[in-house]
Design a protein around this ligand. Structure first.
Ligand SMILES: Cc1cc2nc3c(=O)[nH]c(=O)nc-3n(C[C@H](O)[C@H](O)[C@H](O)COP(=O)(O)OP(=O)(O)OC[C@H]3O[C@@H](n4cnc5c(N)ncnc54)[C@H](O)[C@@H]3O)c2cc1C
Length: 461
């Protein structure tokens, strides 16, 4: 984010809201969800007046600090099918492909340089216990009639793309790109401003509610009255009564190396493919155009209830070490390349690990949440869904299972936090053991199996 701001000449934050405002639609949150929603609404009805209210600066949340990997749901067909059926899974994956096309078009439009690169993603196995997952991806894609979306790769084919002693076989998913996350957020902000959206930064919303046929937003120094509202506050939604119990608070960590183009050359990684392994708490990586590697891990700690300010969601020492260790393990050629930056941020994990879109009962306030660490592509889809809801249109977007399915509830606190934390530790212990070719501790194996035994969809490997 710092770098993207510097490149833009560090425009000062937009003014905070002072006083009263009347608009058609008010959006709380200036990340990808809020900004894509505003643009989707204006694509369909350019006359709508829209205000976005952002506590920080646009992109100050997860949208400005993510790993920048962009893909939809072809990898998830097998996991989605039991939840929403084969047709639902395919509908979500096709929506992801539309998102990919739209984000590519936005990122590569004349005058924009968002570091868009697109050459697919390799899921690589790093332990014998994971090899069967590669076949399952490819078999599921073939069974559902979309064999081109997942292609099995032999160990030799994987090594030819990027050499690492940690990799076994792989599966190639052609749909995946990479973007500079903060540049995307700032470009969306600029596009929204250019289209007349009023954006107020440095303006925390204290209250948003339906009052009669109006939606009223209160901020420290102002008030907005609108016909419709959108809550696009990501982890800020976790304590909201409408979604309480369907989200849990976790975290993700990422790091960037210093420039090391010679190491990229040494391992033969000349393309722009992205990579991720097959762990439950995923490790993923990609290159940058200036010869760095970004390594991310979804293994950060959970936090209790809705404590989104918890330090461990951003500054957990163990998660930072694990992120660096992931680089050293998966790309040992980078073991002596220095870390340029390492950071963490909170995630909103939904009870079935997929986002959901809904309406606060008795109001015209709509929300999208539960991105579960995968939101760059999906926030475009949910932006379309929110635009339809805000405009009162029933269409292909509101018919998607992201809007229609029932998301299960999680156990209440303190069981959610304590149980989630125990299972997380157990799964990490089992996956470390698998990778090192030893038997996992019996207790860890038992605890790691509990979510499946209890019929949960979260925490299931
Ligand atoms: C470290 C990390 C790595 C990730 N890597 C990837 C990746 O590689 N690929 C991928 O697909 N996804 C990734 N994600 C997830 C992805 O970044 C998110 O799912 C996505 O950015 C969510 O966008 P959003 O607009 O919903 O949320 P945000 O970008 O968090 O925006 C929400 C905004 O709401 C504002 N807000 C909150 N409360 C209020 C309030 N009361 N008043 C006013 N404003 C408020 C916040 O300041 C924030 O700017 C990653 C996430 C993290 C943390």
């Amino acid at each position: 984010m710092d770098e993207a701001l510097a490149l833009e000449g560090n425009p000062p934050p937009l003014a905070a809201l002072h006083g009263e405002l009347d608009v058609d639609i008010v959006i709380v949150g200036g990340g990808y969800t809020g900004l894509w929603s505003a643009l989707a609404i204006l694509d369909r009805d350019p006359a709508r007046s829209i205000a976005i209210v952002e506590a920080d600066i646009c992109g100050g949340g997860a949208s400005g600090m993510n790993g920048g990997k962009v893909h939809g749901y072809w990898y998830a067909l097998g996991a989605l099918t039991p939840i929403v059926g084969a047709d639902g899974a395919l509908a979500i994956a096709r929506a992801g492909s539309r998102a990919q096309d739209a984000i590519r078009a936005f990122a590569t439009a004349p005058g924009r340089d968002l570091w868009w690169r697109e050459a697919g993603n390799l899921r690589v196995s790093t332990s014998a216990a994971h090899d069967h997952k590669l076949d399952a991806y490819v078999d599921t894609a073939a069974r559902l009639g979309v064999p081109d979306t997942a292609v099995r790769l032999s160990p030799a084919e994987v090594q030819a793309i990027c050499a690492s002693p940690a990799f076994r076989g792989g599966a190639f998913f052609p749909e995946c790109g990479a973007v500079h996350p903060a540049r995307l957020a700032r470009a969306l902000r600029a596009a929204a401003l250019a289209r007349g959206v009023r954006i107020y930064e440095g303006t925390p919303v204290e209250d948003m509610r339906g009052e009669g046929d109006r939606t009223v937003v209160r901020t420290p120094l102002g008030r907005i009255v609108a016909r419709t509202g959108i809550l696009a506050t990501n982890v800020g939604l976790i304590g909201h009564p409408s979604v309480a119990g369907r989200l849990t608070l976790s975290s993700s960590y990422a790091m960037m190396t210093e420039e090391a183009p010679d190491r990229l050359e040494a391992i033969g990684w000349s393309g722009d493919e992205g990579f991720s392994d097959l762990r439950m708490f995923l490790r993923y990586f990609r290159k940058t155009p200036d010869g760095r590697v970004l390594m991310g891990t979804g293994s950060g700690p959970f936090a209790y209830g809705d404590r989104i300010a918890s330090d461990k969601l951003r500054y957990d020492g163990g998660s930072r070490l694990r992120t660096r260790a992931a680089l050293d393990k998966l790309l040992p050629a980078f073991a002596d390349v220095a870390t340029a930056k390492i950071w963490g941020g909170p995630l909103d994990i939904s009870a079935d690990r997929y986002p959901f879109v809904g309406t606060v009962p008795g109001s015209a306030i709509h929300y999208a949440c539960g991105f579960s660490g995968h939101g760059v592509n999906p926030t475009w889809i949910t932006g379309q869904c929110l635009a339809s809801l805000a405009l009162g249109t029933k269409d292909e977007w509101t018919a998607l299972p992201l809007c229609t399915r029932t998301v299960p509830t999680l156990p209440p606190e303190p069981v959610r936090f304590l149980g989630g934390s125990l299972v997380r530790r157990a799964i990490m212990a089992v996956e470390d053991a698998d990778e090192e070719g030893r038997s996992p501790p019996a207790l860890a194996g038992f605890v790691a199996s509990l979510p499946k035994r209890l019929g949960l969809r979260i925490g299931v490997r």
